[in-house]
Design a binder for this molecule. Structure first.
Ligand code: DGL
Length: 258
């Protein structure tokens, strides 16, 4: 019987978890938000690797048969190390550069992500494959993670924060924006409003979460991990305060509630 461990630096990974639940509604899940150590985006690789070892040890102790890093920054810093050191399969986040590059009409795509993700070798390799065919503009979503962790998803202040990182990409001509951090989909309403207010209502935001959910289903099948037979459930855990986690998991999307 599969127990699936899902982690993020905070509540952002719930944007991946809700897609996973659509594909695999009957499984047993433990979601761990490492929000006492959030944001990961400005931390060193060593720091993030140490956090991931601790979280993985906990999931293994709980009997998890697979683990999802629902965090682009943790994937960039630690997934290769985890695959070397631990016996279970790991599913990580993929920056959705390919669908953006294939869909752009202006020939310019924008990437919003944390500093840690943008300097990671996985992103740089993917970027190298597509650069040349399209122009790739990047911006750190400065302050985005903090907004989501506070539950401040809309409003004038959220728009001001989002505008500073998004508008430079739109001004460069980007018509596809990759959400390269799992917190950012929670800001979609604000991202769309700011884009429309600056004359770019037709820009498309690309969230890799549905593809990651399908990848997890494939990994379960490839590894012969049996699906749950009758007792699905979700546990939400955190290393810091739980209020925002519960609000984002249950308040706005009650399907995530056990
Ligand atoms: N959700 C994480 C990511 O996808 C957040 C990063 C952070 O904690 O800075 O990168």
């Amino acid at each position: 019987m599969a127990l699936i461990g899902i982690m993020d630096s905070g509540s952002g990974g719930l944007s991946v978890f809700r897609e996973i639940r659509k594909v695999l509604p009957q499984e047993r899940y433990v979601y761990f938000a490492d929000n006492a150590h959030c944001p990961y985006g400005s931390k060193t690789t060593d720091y993030i690797q140490d956090r991931l070892r601790r979280i993985t040890n906990y999931f293994l102790w709980r009997g998890a048969s697979v683990m999802v890093l629902a965090c682009n920054t943790a994937t960039a810093a630690a997934i290769e190390m985890l695959r070397r050191e631990y016996p279970i399969p790991f599913v990580g986040m993929e920056p959705a550069v390919k669908p953006a590059a294939l869909g752009t009409r202006t020939g310019v795509i924008g990437i919003l992500a944390t500093a840690g993700t943008l300097k990671g070798s996985k992103y740089l390799t993917t970027k190298g494959r597509f650069e040349g065919n399209v122009r790739i503009e990047e911006h750190v979503g400065q302050g985005f993670v903090e907004l989501v962790e506070k539950g401040e998803l809309t409003g004038l202040h959220a728009e001001d924060v989002v505008r500073k990182s998004l508008v430079p990409l739109l001004d460069e001509g980007a018509d596809r924006i990759v959400l390269g951090c799992t917190h950012y989909p929670f800001l979609l309403d604000t991202l769309r409003k700011v884009a429309a207010d600056s004359g770019h209502a037709d820009v498309e935001f690309i969230d890799p979460a549905p593809a990651v959910a399908r990848r997890l289903a494939g990994i379960l099948e490839e590894n012969g991990i049996p699906l749950t037979d009758g007792y699905p459930g979700t546990e939400l855990l955190s290393s810091g305060p739980r209020d925002n986690l519960i609000m984002l998991a249950c308040g706005r999307d009650s399907s995530l509630c056990p």
